[in-house]
Write a protein that binds this ligand. Sequence first.
Ligand code: ADP
Ligand code: MG
Length: 268
Amino acid sequence: MSTQQSVKLSVRGVGKDFQLRSGEHIQAVSDVNFDVHENEFCVLLGPSGCGKSTVLRMIAGLEEPTAGTLSLDGHEILNADRERGMVFQSYTSFDWLTVRQNVEYGMKLNGVAKAERLERADHFINLVKLSKFKDAYPKQLSGGMKQRVAIARTLANEPSLLLMDEPFGALDAETRWNMQELMVSIMESTDTTVVMVTHDIEEALFLGDRIVFFSTHPGTVLEDKAPAFKNGQRVAKKEDVLTLDGYAEAERHIMKLMREQGTEDLDA
Ligand code: ADP
Ligand code: MG
């Protein structure tokens, strides 16, 4: 794993001020600072409305910061780019394409030759354990399977950074932990670097090599830590993390932070 590795993504003094049509301003986030290293799984955690999605969208280049800078591999992030692949909570596959065609789609746009496209598509379909379904259409798949298509499709473009915004939020509990375990195996078998947003504490503790916790209104980094109970190791199975020394304390600590931040606006 990662802690000795070089900085991949650097977020420095980043703020975002939204101007509303009424002329009012909303300071979504302020003075956000954190780094993500090569092959690190970084989780952005915090109460609803604290600005996690806003920060992720700025990393993706879909939103511009109003203060500070974000850089990837030493270059400032100025706009959306296929270097950064995004997986959203909602399913984003094309209904009229098969699983394999969906995974091939981005590569086709990028001009990857047919033979290589097929080989890479099969590799990533295999990685997300959908080999039996490569000729199926999305509507024939369960929610978890559709989300695996989205992950394979995004990874097939070989993004330098994989961004995920509550990607498993719409899934039932069992599918959700299967997906979390799949992400651990993807981290172990590829050199992918991930930034994932969640408000699920258990998910953050299981997946995060590092957890960046945001305060609310305006969102800023309250805490940035590698979960100590993992000793710098990833854990392959969800149930195995629960019995590690220090897990319960870590969970209690984050619950306390979460409660202290509260959720002022339930619609956020
Ligand atoms: P989170 O993902 O942590 O729930 P968001 O990043 O979605 O939080 O939102 C943070 C704050 O920024 C909220 O107060 C939200 O209303 C505001 N916000 C987000 N996007 C916009 C936008 N496009 N225009 C105006 N305000 C926005
Ligand atoms: Mg959000």
